[in-house]
Design a protein around this ligand. Structure first.
Ligand SMILES: [Zn+2]
Length: 240
């Protein structure tokens, strides 16, 4: 179904594994939400501190650099509320219990009817499944559990309640990188903004003409499925 961001009531919480995930997979949607006055909070579970093939680079330097790139990209999208959880890149599966607690706390604080995160379900084992990096699966799973199971339940993390946070249940979860998308957002009007935000991630080679072309190819493919020029694709879950 082609839908508009009117189906994404705010505030919206976007939870991603790495710097550049948000811009690549839902940057046009986020830019559209912000342009319409919807509050958006972006959460980066890692600072991408191992995403390099340069043996001279340290993880501290890279994490700092990628946070700078992420802040610059968020500024392009118009997002001002950005949180870094600073777990190590590639290790999220090993900190899943802590990650889930952090996400529950954020959901109870921000109280977002709408969450955007990675699809926790791997693809069909084909080549495209290789793009579903383990951190993405962990973030998708932890966020889904946090939103669906834990944040609404007062017996999960009662210390949050003692600290003044109330239980909260998000009503819509939009999953990016899904093998089975069923919800498409027309991002044609925000395409230049999305591309400029992606280009801020220079350490990942996201500023090259080749990357521009690849991003446009994906957006056009999604657009064809949605009957518009350029689109982003999601799978929509409604926790009941
Ligand atoms: Zn990623």
């Amino acid at each position: 179904m082609t839908a508009s961001v009117r189906d994404m009531p705010g505030p919206v919480l976007v939870v991603a594994a790495h710097p550049d995930d948000i811009e690549v997979h839902c940057g046009g949607t986020v830019a559209t939400l912000v342009a319409q006055g919807v509050a958006v909070t972006c959460v980066l579970c890692t600072s991408g501190n191992r995403g390099t093939s340069d043996p001279e680079m340290t993880s501290e330097q890279l994490g700092t650099l990628r946070e700078q790139e992420q802040r610059a990209a968020a500024e392009v999208l118009g997002v001002t509320d950005i949180r870094f959880l600073r777990h190590d890149d590639g290790d999220l599966a090993f900190v899943a219990p802590l990650l889930r607690e952090e996400l529950v706390r954020l959901i109870r604080e921000v109280r977002p009817p709408t969450i955007i995160t990675h699809d926790p379900y791997p693809g069909d084992g084909g080549q495209d499944s290789c793009s579903i990096y383990p951190d993405h699966l962990t973030v998708g799973g932890a966020t889904f559990q946090a939103a669906y199971l834990c944040a609404p339940g007062p017996l999960f993390y009662p210390e949050h309640l003692r600290a003044g946070l109330e239980p909260f249940k998000p009503s819509l979860i939009y999953l990016t990188m899904s093998a089975h998308p069923d919800f498409f957002v027309d991002i044609t009007a925000q395409w230049p903004v999305k591309l400029r935000a992606i280009q801020m991630h220079r350490s990942q080679g996201r500023h090259t003409p080749e990357n521009d072309r690849e991003m446009e190819r994906i957006a056009r493919e999604n657009g064809q499925r949605a009957g518009v020029e350029l689109a982003e694709a999601f799978r929509l879950l409604r926790p009941t």
